[in-house]
Design a protein around this ligand. Structure first.
Ligand code: FES
Ligand code: FES
Length: 179
């Protein structure tokens, strides 16, 4: 019999409850976030996004789908984009994480951030973290992209507001700054 078996005597039937899953014990994890070494206590399988937002109070990466499908939670792990909602924090141990906050500042925005401002490329803004982080990583490796290359690089991101054309213009503008 397993934990979901029906049990009970005549006239009395109950579903046996499965034993509650035992939480993973917390571990001490060190990682460098936006240039600062941080130490957190968290179960190693905690999504990196939760640690960034809840433990480190970084609000750039957003929770969208939670399934690795929309890109709202994108951060850089080293120089690669990752979807922090599906990356366990243990995968970032000893590594360098960059969030939207570490890309630029209001006084000194990253060229992609500056281009998004100039193109007014966001509507509600919820998705914008993913586009900016992905575009920044892409342009760092591809300084003179074609329109087709930009579209391909950004094709895995979702904007529910349909601001795609403005976003593409902003990334093209940022590429022109850098090219
Ligand atoms: S919230 Fe991570 S991909 Fe959607
Ligand atoms: S600007 Fe609203 S979801 Fe993209």
């Amino acid at each position: 019999m397993n934990g979901n078996s029906l049990i009970g005597g005549p006239g009395k039937v109950a579903l046996a409850a499965a034993p509650p899953a035992r939480p993973t014990p917390a571990a001490t994890i060190r990682l460098t976030v936006n240039g600062v070494v941080r130490t957190v206590q968290a179960p190693p399988d905690t999504p990196l996004l939760y640690v960034l937002r809840d433990d480190l109070q970084l609000q750039g990466p957003r929770f969208g789908c939670g399934l690795g499908q929309c890109g709202a939670c994108t951060v850089l792990l080293g120089d690669k984009t990752v979807r922090s909602c599906i990356i366990p924090v243990a995968a970032a141990a000893g590594q360098t994480v960059t969030t939207l906050e570490g890309l630029g500042s209001p006084d000194r925005p990253h060229p992609v951030q500056q281009a998004f401002i100039e193109e007014q490329a966001m509507q509600c803004g919820y998705c914008i973290n993913g586009w900016i982080m992905t575009a920044a990583a892409f342009l760092a490796k591809t300084p003179n992209p074609s329109d087709g290359e930009i579209r391909t690089a950004l094709s895995g991101l979702i904007c529910r507001c349909g601001a795609h054309m403005r976003i593409l213009r902003a990334v093209g503008r940022a590429a022109a700054y850098r090219g």
